[in-house]
Structures are given as C-alpha cells and as structure tokens.
Ligand binder design. Structure first.
Ligand code: NAD
Ligand code: UGA
Length: 333
C-alpha cells in the first residue's frame, strides 16, 4: 500500500469474498478490506506457489489471520461453499486487456468474463448473498466525441474484450432481476487503473519500466490518446463503498480526476525518474479508443466517492513500488 491518506469509507462488510484476489486490483481490495476489519476469502486460479506475480500480489495478505486464500478456477470449482455467510461478493476475476482479445485468446475472455460470471451469480443466488459488486470497464463505451461518458450513454464496445465486459455486467444485472435472486448488483465501470503492482502489460507500468531500465517503450499511435487514469486506492475505496451503498442494481463509473494523454504520462515518468525514455512509435492498435473520460456524478451521488490521488503522486507511488520490487529481486525494474 502507499502513503496516501485513505479515503473515508462507508462501513466495511463483516465477511466478503473477493474473486481475482491474486490480481492487481483484487489484491489491493482484499488488503484494504482486511485492514478495515472484514474477514476475506480470496479466490483466484493463479497459484501463488507457482506464479511469481500472484505471489508478489499476495505477499502482504497471506500472513494475515483474517484472510483465507483459495486457489481455484471459477469455471469448474464448487463456488457455493466459498460464499457461506458472505455479506458481499466482489467479483473481479476475469481476463483483462483490450488488444490481445482479437486473438485466439478470445475464448478465454468469453469463458472467464462471461461463463465464470454466470456460475458466480448462480452461486450467489443459491447462497442468498445480498450484494454483488462486479468489475466492469470503461471500454464498454467505445469511441466517444471526447466528452465525459454518462452511464446511460449509448454503448458501442470497440473490442472483443469490451463486448465480454458489457456481457458480464449485463449478465449480473439480468440475474439480479431474476425474481428469486436476493442479490442486488453494483457494476463498476473502472477507468484505466494504475498504481503499485499494476499489470505489466499496461501503459503506466511500461513507461516507468522503460525509464528505469533504458529499454525502449513501444507507443501505439502518436501518444495523443487520453485516458481517465484512476489510482488503485481510489478504485478500491469506490469498490468498498459499493458494498454498502443503498443501491438496487446500478452501473457506476469509477474514474476521473486525472485525464491525461500518453505523452503526458511519458513526461511524468521522465521527470519522476530523472531519466530519458527511448520511444519506439508503432501503429495504433485495433480496439483502442482515442479518449476515455468518466462523468463522475453517479459515483458521487450513490457512493459518496470522488478520486483523491492525482496522476503525478500516483505514478510516484507506482515508481517507488517498482524500484523496491527490483531491489528485492536484485534486478533492474
Ligand atoms: P488482473 O489480471 O491483475 O486480475 C484478474 C485476476 O482474475 C487474475 O489474477 C486471474 O488469475 C483471475 N482470474 C481470471 N479468470 C479466473 C477464473 N476463471 N477463476 C479464478 N480466477 C480467475 O486484472 P486487473 O487489472 O486487476 O483487473 C481486475 C478486473 O477489473 C478485471 O475483471 C478487469 O476486466 C477489470 N478492469 C480492470 C481495469 C484496469 O485498469 N486494470 C479497468 C477496467 C476493468
Ligand atoms: C485498461 C485495462 O488494460 C483494461 O483491462 C481495462 O478494461 C481498461 O483500462 C478500462 O479502462 O476499462 P487501456 O485503457 O487500454 O485498458 O489501458 P492500457 O493497457 O494502459 O493502454 C492505454 C493506452 O496505451 C492505449 O492506447 C494503448 O494502446 C497504449 N499502449 C499500451 C502503448 O502505447 N504501449 C504499450 O506498451 C501499452
């Protein structure tokens, strides 16, 4: 975790299940919940014993007595026993990433983002879990005119990944409308989350890594594309607030605060490290949109949430974590 002042959170749940707990956002979420007094069952198919990224993500969590980690694949494991007595399921497990979804991995996207979600919702219904918070994505909006996206906007997902995330959030909402489903659903459309332990395929990580190692940074397009970068602690605060929000079946943007271009990210990485970055420009990639920008009004109204951490400070925390990690493993970041 970082040195930023934590947000004021609504009361944390008593007992929660976090799927995707060995991942980037899921591991931060599970840690914040445990620190707030929640008993957490974390589930992920990546085994910390054999997967170095999962082990690093779970390092601070696993020794904690109120954290129980289960290595299991949601596509075939028995989910119901994991949900016993849960006040909320935070469903973050899934296959992320826009660009690889055009390839043969698409079946994995469908399996993990759609079919596994169906199993999770079925189990939540059978076990009478009252709230499910699901990780959706800003990518469901597709291309925009550059203005802020409102939850009620027309959706035009531009990549196979985005289609699966739209299917995932709508599947959860369809389950919630089922007359025998006690779970209310809050679908959070996260906007490009960054911070310590960010997935290594993502741009902020790659820009900092390029600055720290001197290896070239591949820039897809001219760098003028913009993202509403969301610091991970802010995303986690919104997610915990969603567990207790007085909401019935909502879709909410989680983003804003730091709308910046990739060229601005490169400049921040240079100024934080005091090093140059060798940029290798390549063609834009299919499925990428020019701009994402969240209208944060619904998040403020329903969750009482607004982002606290600006891009410069958030990237500084990410850089410090990368540097500490490379020192611990004895290699360049
Ligand atoms: P991540 O890859 O770091 O974490 C996802 C985790 O889910 C992984 O550890 C993976 O092993 C696990 N998982 C996948 N399929 C599973 C299965 N069948 N059974 C059990 N575990 C499984 O990704 P992340 O960046 O932390 O993203 C978390 C969620 O948030 C994803 O659903 C993603 O689509 C969504 N999201 C992320 C961002 C972002 O900027 N990182 C933005 C919008 C939405
Ligand atoms: C990110 C996450 O990767 C998705 O999982 C998530 O669903 C999405 O945010 C979201 O907001 O919903 P993306 O915005 O594409 O997707 O974030 P990055 O992967 O960090 O890419 C940002 C931009 O940098 C893209 O235009 C991409 O083409 C570019 N990029 C990325 C590069 O130029 N070079 C790279 O090496 C990586």
């Amino acid at each position: 975790m970082t040195q930023h002042a934590p947000q004021t959170l609504t009361a944390a749940p008593r007992r929660a299940v976090v799927t995707g707990a060995a991942g980037f956002i899921g591991s931060h979420l599970a840690h914040a919940l445990v620190q707030a007094g929640t008993v957490v069952v974390g589930v992920d198919r990546r085994a910390p014993a054999t997967d170095r990224a999962a082990a690093a993500n779970l390092a601070a969590l696993q020794p904690l007595p109120t954290y129980l980690h289960v290595t299991a694949d949601l596509l075939d494991c028995a989910i119901e026993p994991l949900l016993v007595d849960a006040d909320v399921v935070f469903h973050l497990a899934g296959v992320p990433g826009v660009r690889p979804s055009w390839g043969p991995e698409f079946s994995e996207y469908v399996a993990c983002n759609v079919l596994a979600t169906h199993r999770v919702m079925d189990a939540a219904r059978h076990m009478g879990v009252p709230r499910l918070v699901v990780a959706s994505s800003s990518s469901v909006y597709g291309p925009t005119d550059g203005g802020a996206s409102v939850e009620t906007d027309r959706l035009q997902p531009a990549s196979p990944y985005a289609v699966t995330k739209l299917a995932e959030e709508q599947l959860c909402l369809a389950h919630a409308r089922h007359t025998r489903c006690p779970a209310s659903v809050v679908a959070l459309r996260y906007f490009t989350v960054y911070g310590p332990r960010q997935r290594p395929d993502m741009f902020t990580h790659r820009a900092l890594e390029a600055a720290l190692t001197g290896r070239p940074l591949r820039l897809y397009g001219d760098g003028h594309q913009r993202r509403d970068f969301t610091y991970v602690d802010d995303a986690v605060a919104a997610t915990i607030a969603a567990a207790g929000a007085p909401a019935t079946d909502e879709v909410i943007n989680v983003g804003g605060g730091s709308n910046a271009s990739l060229l601005e990210v490169i400049n921040i990485a240079k100024s934080l490290t005091g090093r140059e970055i060798r940029v290798r420009q390549e063609n834009p990639r299919s499925g990428d949109v020019l701009t994402t920008r969240a209208n944060p009004r619904r998040a403020h109204e329903v969750l009482g949430w607004q982002p606290q951490v600006g891009l410069h400070n958030g990237m500084r925390a990410q850089m410090q974590a990368l540097t500490a990690e490379s020192t611990a493993y004895g290699h360049a970041a």
